[in-house]
Each structure stands twice: as C-alpha cells, then as structure tokens.
Design a protein around this ligand. Structure first.
Ligand code: HEM
Length: 171
C-alpha cells in the first residue's frame, strides 16, 4: 500500500482557513515539523466527537470524513514520511509552441524518484518545486541519473520560478 507522504497526502487536507486560524494559536498546519510535533493532539481533536472540541470546527467545514482521519493516523504511525527538495541543473527552453523545463542530475541514493511539481501560481507567476521522494527503505545499488521534464504552452507567459535546494530562482 502506498506510504502516505506529508506534502502529497497530509498537507492538502489542511485548508488555507485551517492554517490561517491556527497560526495565531501557535500551530502552522503547513509546517511538517510543527504537525509532527503536535501529531498526537491533532489526531485526538480530529477524532473528537464533541462539536465544541473537534478540529476543524463544524462552522468552517469540519469534521473530516473518517477516511481522512484514518489516512492521518496511517501517516503518523507509519514513519511520517516527507519529500525532499532536490538539487539539479535546470534549463528552460522556450519555443513558439512550448516552454520546457528540464532538470538533470543524480539522485542522492538508489531508489529515489523525482519530479517537478507546480507549487503555486498567480495571474503573473508560477512556481515549480523539484521534489525528490526517497524509498521507504534503503535500496541497494548506486544512485541513478535523472532527467525530469515539465512542459506547458508558450501562450502561458507568466514569470517562471523554480524552487530547488538552492532556493527559489527566476528562469
Ligand atoms: C494541536 C491541535 C489543535 C489544537 C490544540 C487546536 C486548538 C484550537 C482552539 C483552542 C481554537 C479556538 C476555538 C474556538 O475559538 O472555538 C481553534 C480554532 C480553529 N482550529 Fe484548531 N486546534 C488544533 C488542530 C487543528 C486542526 C488539525 C485543524 C484543521 C484540520 C484546526 C482548525 C481550526 C480552525 C479552522 C479554527 C478556527 C475556528 C473559527 O475561527 O471558527 N485546528 N483550534
């Protein structure tokens, strides 16, 4: 069964409203470290049947369906996996038809996967993040080389940013 991963399966269950309302109460739900630190209490409140205590509160769309709570528990009890932000050489090719982003390099170890994921977008900008997913358990062998591509239409002329382990750069 697929191991749940914070960035792919857990963080998207927390809405921007959840995050915004909990930040003043010292819990940033889009922070891996903070969700790990408070995972026990979060699960307890997600499961609380009392409408005055359950999180998220019923006035803002709570409670979660049982499947989401089960997924959170499986993540919490199954290694609390997260992604890594990778390092690569990035090139961007612009033709009349398409913008092609290419990330090349070598994974940190055998068994890794990687991809470019659209992290955020606005009317004027789009930002891709270079994600690496480690294997669930160490894999024997040498680290593989990668060439990851992402392409979109050239009619999309928004400013392109790429987030990798060196930070966020305009391309
Ligand atoms: C350590 C875990 C948590 C604690 C101790 C906690 C505590 C609280 C407290 C004391 C409030 C104020 C209650 C009120 O004014 O009625 C609150 C509000 C809120 N919490 Fe949490 N919470 C936790 C986790 C969560 C989680 C996991 C979510 C979302 C999945 C969430 C979403 C919200 C929202 C959206 C509000 C604002 C409600 C409103 O303004 O109407 N909280 N939380």
């Amino acid at each position: 069964m697929r191991t749940p991963v914070y960035e792919l399966h857990i963080r998207p269950m927390f809405t921007a409203t959840d995050r915004d309302h909990m930040i003043p109460r010292s819990l940033n739900l889009w922070s891996y470290d903070e969700v790990v630190e408070h995972a026990e209490k979060i699960l307890e409140l997600l499961e609380d049947a009392d409408p005055n205590r359950t999180m998220p509160p019923p006035e803002v769309g709570g409670p979660w369906p049982q499947e989401w709570i089960d997924l959170f528990r499986r993540w919490k009890e199954g290694g609390r996996k997260r992604l890594e932000v990778g390092a690569a050489e990035i090139t961007v090719k612009r033709t009349t038809g398409a913008v092609t982003i290419k990330a090349t390099g070598t994974f940190p170890a055998a068994g890794y996967q990687g991809w470019l994921q659209l992290e955020s977008e606005s009317d004027t900008a789009k930002t891709y993040v270079l994600y690496f997913e480690p294997p669930d358990a160490p894999v024997a062998g040498t680290a593989g080389a990668f060439e990851l591509k992402e392409r979109y239409r050239a009619t999309d002329t928004r400013t392109l940013f790429i987030h990798d382990s060196t930070g966020v750069q305009e391309h």
